[in-house]
Ligand binder design. Sequence first.
Ligand code: SAM
Length: 301
Amino acid sequence: MLYLVGLGLSSVEDITVSGLKAVKQCSRVYLEHYTSILMSASQAELEEFYGKSVTLADREMVESGCEEILRGANSEDVAFLVVGDPFGATTHTDLVLRAKQQNIPVKVFHNASVMNAIGACGLQLYNFGQTVSMVFFHETWRPDSWYDKILANRKIGLHTLVLLDIKVKEQSYENMARGRLIYEPPRYMSISQCCEQLLEVDEKKSIKAYTPDTPCVAVSRLGSPTEAFKAGTIQELANYDAGEPLHSLIILGSQCHELELEYLLDFCDDREKFKKDVAKDREYFKPEPVMIEEDPEEEEE
Ligand SMILES: C[S@@+](CC[C@H](N)C(=O)[O-])C[C@H]1O[C@@H](n2cnc3c(N)ncnc32)[C@H](O)[C@@H]1O
């Protein structure tokens, strides 16, 4: 059996009871180690908690060589651990499909994900549109395909969850070109870097999905003891030090509900200014009023 086990968001103890039972009976345990990190637990702490050794599975192992993970899973139990939920933001459907092709039974243990825990900031999950990913800009590669998704969300008043790039095991271009298996130290995009990238792309666009004054919520270390929220405009959050990773950003929808706003006021430096910013933003994509044309013949009657 292949077990896909969600670990939750922060500590070793966030695994579910049933997930832990499954892990304990496995002969091999892999930890997916490229889309997220378990913020308050090291590999050694996980191994001690499970009483088993844990192999870190990088992108290469999961996407191109998942034979290693599935090896023998017909006759023994193998666990594939995913921080958050196995199907939250990152989908591991490819691994499941490959297991099915090999007649390996699969069981999933769900857990909390950034995709639902984000509701802790007071914004309603029903009011979110498409989630987008913000990748690190390079000198020659500054992708902005996320822009149209934010625009579409904002046009109909919905919030946008922006997930930020992380590079846990990355080779420099030079080392890659020379085939040297030397990896750079891990990098995690910060809220301020994300906001700077948003502002840079905004300057180039003629149709404005947002402005520097658009209200946002910075979400840091969700589900951990140091969880933090900060509400402010994109411009303000470009100067915000959110501390240790992990970070996410929410760009408010232009139709932010009164109750949502009330909750967010606890997270801003200047409540009155934030109220004004939200009020101004409500006008931003306001639908044109519907004009019902009068029928002249009807009038005559
Ligand atoms: C690709 S998603 C992986 C989601 C994970 N499988 C889950 O279900 O939560 C990883 C990104 O989500 C965001 N994220 C994940 N956990 C977070 C947390 N606890 N606090 C803030 N942001 C988080 C970060 O932007 C991070 O780079």
